[in-house]
Design a protein around this ligand. Structure first.
Ligand code: 2F8
Ligand code: CA
Length: 226
């Protein structure tokens, strides 16, 4: 191929092809099957297609993003989300106010109620259930420390009434972390001590097993995350 500056034209030298059909094939491969002049770089056409497709994909993606954003931030959607949030917040406020007004104490995602009268373990539990709660389940050192602050002998939600020696919380979960006072549980003097009271407040390990028919204060727990 020769570029003549003066005549502003390109001359293509086909070369020494033996016959007319070979020359025609060479010419076609240079011009391209579709009649357009082919680029001199091998695969150049493919690169152009890839680049154009990529640009089209980018435009499509941008259009999708904009329409999604517009749809989600429409006034109706914002209104609905705000309404849901406000309703949930109001319900939560009403719930919290109810428990606080009834003398419940909030600690680490739960409300606690400490009774002012004494009952057997089962009657205490029934009272908690009627209040939409249950006897306390102690599953951390912090919660155990919280119960000791009151310096009262109180029932907690732990018993081996179903199977002697198999301690279970009122929600059916087995006992894993325990805070038994020294020598407990002991079924003292051969008694059937199947229910647990917090007794030894001055000791981190304050639990004692005692007969369930004894009468004690009790502590209810209602889980409620903020
Ligand atoms: O009333 C039963 C109770 O009696 C004692 O505590 C006052 C026993 N304690 C010791 O023996 C240290 C409890 O285990 C028993 O439950
Ligand atoms: Ca005991």
């Amino acid at each position: 191929m020769v570029y003549d500056k003066d005549e502003s034209e390109i001359t293509i030298e086909i070369g020494n092809f033996p016959d007319a059909s070979a020359r025609s094939v060479a010419l076609k491969s240079y011009i391209g099957e579709d009649g357009e002049a082919a680029t001199a770089v091998p695969g150049g056409k493919l690169h152009r297609y890839v680049a154009v497709s990529f640009c089209l994909l980018c435009i499509l993606q941008a259009a999708l993003n904009i329409s999604l954003r517009l749809a989600l931030s429409s006034p109706q959607n914002i209104d609905a989300s705000c309404k849901n949030l406000t309703e949930r917040d109001n319900l939560r406020r009403i719930n919290f106010a109810h428990y606080f007004n009834q003398g419940w104490v909030y600690f680490h995602d739960s409300f606690y109620y400490i009774s002012s009268i004494k009952k057997t373990w089962q009657d205490s539990r029934d009272d908690c259930l009627q209040r939409g709660a249950d006897l306390i389940i102690i599953n951390s050192k912090e919660e155990q420390e919280f119960t000791r602050r009151y310096k009262k002998i109180m029932w907690i939600g732990l018993t081996d009434r179903e199977t002697e020696g198999v301690w279970k919380w009122v929600d059916g979960t087995p006992l894993t972390t325990s805070f038994w006072y020294f020598g407990e549980p002991n079924n003292y003097h051969g008694r059937n001590e199947d229910c647990i009271e917090i007794k030894y407040h001055d000791n981190g390990n304050s639990w004692n097993d005692v007969v369930c028919e004894n009468e004690n204060l009790w502590i209810c727990e209602k889980k409620m995350a903020l």
